[in-house]
Ligand binder design. Structure first.
Ligand code: AMP
Ligand code: ZN
Length: 462
């Protein structure tokens, strides 16, 4: 199956041709771990998790290496530790564990590799030494800077010229810089800050060199796909590219650069600095993680996505429909298809709105299926499609029992007890009592459905 992906570097969709089909390599810039991830941060995680799944489906699960780094040394982490009174290690450990939990809850598989910046300082120092040797970097006053003028096609990824970059990037003017657009590879550590000994004194790496060094260590000089949010194109990815190309004698760095558009709240980019954030942690108290994921995938990844509760409720409604169809065939063994129906839209630059339309068609087919064979095939097609999208892996019964954190009302055991009592009342032909029990359940937001296999129940809409 051919896979088309939009390449930021060439500004067009290209056929994906792996460097080595037995080892597809993808790097995505991961989190700086200092506080809860917001749902905007989850967009690249979900989008590139989907691509990871699509690649595994096409090339085989063991043939894809996905690296997503953890930035565990940064000004923001130092500031967060100073504020909470924890050590830097405590902040990064605590927020890293929380991050993993949140991302698992929205259905993201753990990446193959999650390299931490602080465990790759030697590799960073070595790469910086190489860049000094090749004439692409210079040391000054405990800093090492990349000399932008030393690289003729600097700016090629973002399509910016040097003047735009200086105007747009709020570049810091500093006495130790030869030119305003030069960026930091290494900087001195102040007292009390984390630091490592280096040929330029005790210091710490700049953010961009972290990714270049970790990508080189784990994926080699040249790899297939590099991803992140659109805000990373400049300066972060432009600078990663500059460092890696110059340190590797101009040999290619990345074949396809991919960037997700922003998730907005109230018409503006969701961001900590604007203060318009909703954390994944809080959202998970109000909605199932799978509904957050489905809502995220309801827009194409290169389109802005306006986040609101309505979108998540619609997502929950769609999933209710799919799980409802699956619930009706729990006793039927699925027959999995050779061609997974959602792969056609997904292989076209991850067309998730189209893939979701296909899920709806598959659910309709399953609902309409009459024979055992038709049901088994429709169930298999829906489940296999869901799996590639990271959806529909829950037990349908559990799905319908989900309720918000801290919700009052009946718990599962109480619901089961009342349903059993209602059945007893009906057997005893005490219909008044049976109706009373049904009303108690309905008033608590539980709807009942009496079917051939007994009574099934679900919690009402969120
Ligand atoms: P940050 O924590 O800002 O370094 O962001 C981590 C990742 O999340 C990067 O890939 C960003 O591009 C991405 N990101 C941050 N905010 C948003 C947003 N509102 N919408 C989409 N992606 C975002
Ligand atoms: Zn990066």
């Amino acid at each position: 199956m051919s896979l088309a992906l939009y390449n930021t570097a060439t500004r067009r969709k290209e056929d994906f041709r792996p460097i080595d089909p037995s080892k597809i390599r993808m790097y995505v810039c991961g989190p700086t771990v200092y506080s809860y991830a917001h749902i905007g941060n989850a967009r690249p995680v979900i989008v590139f998790d989907l691509l990871f799944r699509v690649l595994r489906e096409i090339y085989g699960a063991d043939q894809v290496v996905y690296a997503r780094n953890i930035t565990d040394v940064d000004d923001k982490i130092i500031a967060a530790a100073a504020q909470s009174g924890e050590t830097i290690g405590q902040v990064t450990e605590r927020t890293g564990v929380q991050y993993d939990q949140d991302m698992a809850a929205v259905g993201a598989l753990p990446p193959t590799l999650t390299p931490r910046a602080t465990e790759h300082i030697d590799e960073m120092v070595r790469m910086i030494e190489t860049l000094i040797r090749t004439g692409n970097a210079y040391a000054a006053e405990g800093h090492v800077l990349f000399s932008v003028a030393s690289m003729p096609d600097y700016g090629a990824l973002s399509g910016r010229n040097l003047d735009d970059m200086i105007a747009g990037a709020r570049v810091e003017v500093a006495p130790y810089k030869q030119a305003p657009a030069d960026f930091v590879l290494w900087k001195p550590a102040k007292d009390g800050e984390p630091g490592w000994d280096s040929p330029w004194g005790r210091g710490r790496p700049g953010w961009h060199i972290e990714c270049s060094a970790m990508a080189e260590t784990h994926l080699g000089e040249t790899f297939d796909i590099h991803g992140g949010g659109v805000d990373l194109i400049f300066p972060h990815h432009e600078n990663e590219r500059a460092q890696s190309l110059c340190a590797h004698g101009g040999r290619p760095f990345v074949n396809i650069w991919m960037h997700n558009a922003f998730l907005d709240l109230g018409g503006e980019k969701m961001s900590k600095s604007l203060g318009n954030i909703e954390t994944v942690h809080e959202l998970l108290k109000r909605f199932p993680g799978e509904a957050l994921r489905y809502a995220m995938l309801s827009a194409h990844y290169r389109e802005p996505l306006d986040w609101n509760d309505e979108r998540v409720r619609e997502a929950k409604g769609a999933l209710d429909r799919f799980y409802g169809a699956l619930r009706a065939v729990t006793d039927i063994e699925p027959e999995y298809p050779y061609d997974v129906p959602v792969m056609a839209p997904l292989a076209d630059d991850l067309n998730t709105p189209q893939a979701q339309a296909v899920l709806h068609e598959l659910a309709t087919e399953l609902n309409k299926a009459k024979t055992l064979g038709a049901k088994a095939a429709a169930k298999g097609a829906l489940l296999a499609s869901g799996e590639v999208m990271g959806l529909l892996a829950e037990d349908p019964e559990a799905w319908f029992r989900w309720r918000p954190a801290g919700a009052s009302g009946l718990d599962d055991a109480e619901v089961e007890r009342l349903i059993a009592a209602r059945i007893d009342a009906r057997i005893a032909r005490d219909f008044a009592e049976a109706d009373r029990l049904r009303k108690t359940l309905t008033d608590a937001g539980i709807s009942l459905e009496d079917g051939p296999n007994g009574t099934i129940w679900r919690r009402a809409e969120i």
